[in-house]
Design a protein around this ligand. Structure first.
Ligand code: TXA
Ligand code: MG
Length: 313
């Protein structure tokens, strides 16, 4: 296989030519397109089977690149300086001349921005130079891929180049904050940066308002759904069920897929989507999960589990 630098150069050339690229990030794998190229972005929506009203995150290398696309106030700058590159997405007013196509923004006058930390993502963004639209590389409604093989299985056929960055270290999509109102930032999506860590910098977050579901349609239910039904808050497995293990494994568990046997939330987050997929492949009667505490990353883990189970919220 070619060295990483050559593959990154090939991926940048593919983006410039309007093609799609499988992109590793520290959160989940993305399916990437040149954000300024409406046709490439249209191909991206089609490859995912994603409704065009659900806007995409524009990925940039750093804050300087982000400030060319959106209007940052002091609060936004403070968050970006503290957490970028990393698993935080900021929704901000788009600059009128922002080099992000209307389609990538789903026609909104706002733009979601993130600077990913994964070295391969950083290398691609710097080699390409522009903003890269990159939703999670799953087909719409399915769990996000956190392993290279899972990304290939989901949308690899649509990509001209696929970059292998190994297993995603965080395993949950970025935390999405809206900074559009004067009040506290709104949490549109709990994610890989936990609430206490964010709140230590910007104070208590506001809940997403009801209108936000339209503006951030990723909030709708029945995302991240496996084929098998989910059973949450389970105490012991039932016959035929797959068991996603968090903490001690119950004696009668037959098919065990570890999230974290030590009960560690960061480890559970990193394993969540891969374990869901592995369990689902065995076609179990259901996928059972014990209660996961709501603290720290537990908020985002429970959010994804509820959505996998099809609960509204
Ligand atoms: O970790 C991540 O964020 C991954 C990696 C690849 O970077 N990407 C990702 O993208 O999860 P996606 O498209 O699957 O989720 C983007 C979320 C959606 O919930 C979308 O509705 C929301 O961000 N979003 C994007 N632009 C927005 C905007 N202008 N206003 C409000 N929400 C927006
Ligand atoms: Mg997604």
């Amino acid at each position: 296989m070619k060295p990483v630098a050559a593959r990154v150069a090939a991926a940048a050339a593919a983006l410039r030519a309007g093609h799609l690229v499988i992109l590793p990030t520290e959160t989940v794998y993305g399916l990437a397109a040149d954000a300024a190229n409406g046709e490439a972005v249209a191909a991206l929506y089609a490859a995912k089977g994603r409704p065009r009203f659900n806007p995409l995150i524009a990925h940039v290398a750093d804050l300087a690149a982000a400030e060319r696309l959106a209007v940052f106030d002091d609060r936004a700058r403070r968050l970006a300086e503290r957490f970028w590159p990393g698993p935080l997405t900021l929704v901000l007013p788009a600059r009128p001349d922002a080099a992000v196509s209307e389609l990538a923004r789903a026609g909104l006058d706002t733009v979601a921005l993130r600077a990913p930390a994964h070295p391969t993502a950083q290398a691609l963004l710097r080699a390409f130079g522009g903003a890269v639209a990159a939703p999670s590389a799953n087909r719409s409604g399915r769990p996000s891929p956190t392993r290279f093989a899972d990304a290939l299985e989901e949308t690899g056929a649509a990509a001209a180049v696929a970059l292998d960055g190994g297993p995603c270290a965080i395993g949950l999509e970025s935390t999405v904050l809206s900074l559009l109102d004067a009040g506290p930032p709104r949490l549109l999506r709990p994610g890989g940066l936990s609430r206490p860590v964010v709140e230590a910098v910007c104070g208590p977050l506001a809940a997403a308002a009801s209108g936000d579901a339209r503006r951030s349609p990723g909030r709708l239910a029945t995302h991240y759904a496996p084929e098998a039904p989910m059973r949450l808050g389970a105490q012991t497995p039932r016959p035929g069920e797959a068991w996603l293990a968090f903490g001690a494994v119950p004696q009668d568990a037959a098919a065990v897929f570890p999230l974290s046997l030590a009960g560690d939330l960061a480890e559970a987050a990193a394993n969540l989507f891969a374990a869901l997929r592995a369990a689902d492949r065995t076609r179990p009667a259901a996928i059972a999960v014990p209660p996961i505490p709501m603290e720290g990353l537990g908020e985002a883990i429970n959010d994804r589990l509820r959505r996998a189970a099809g609960y509204v919220g």
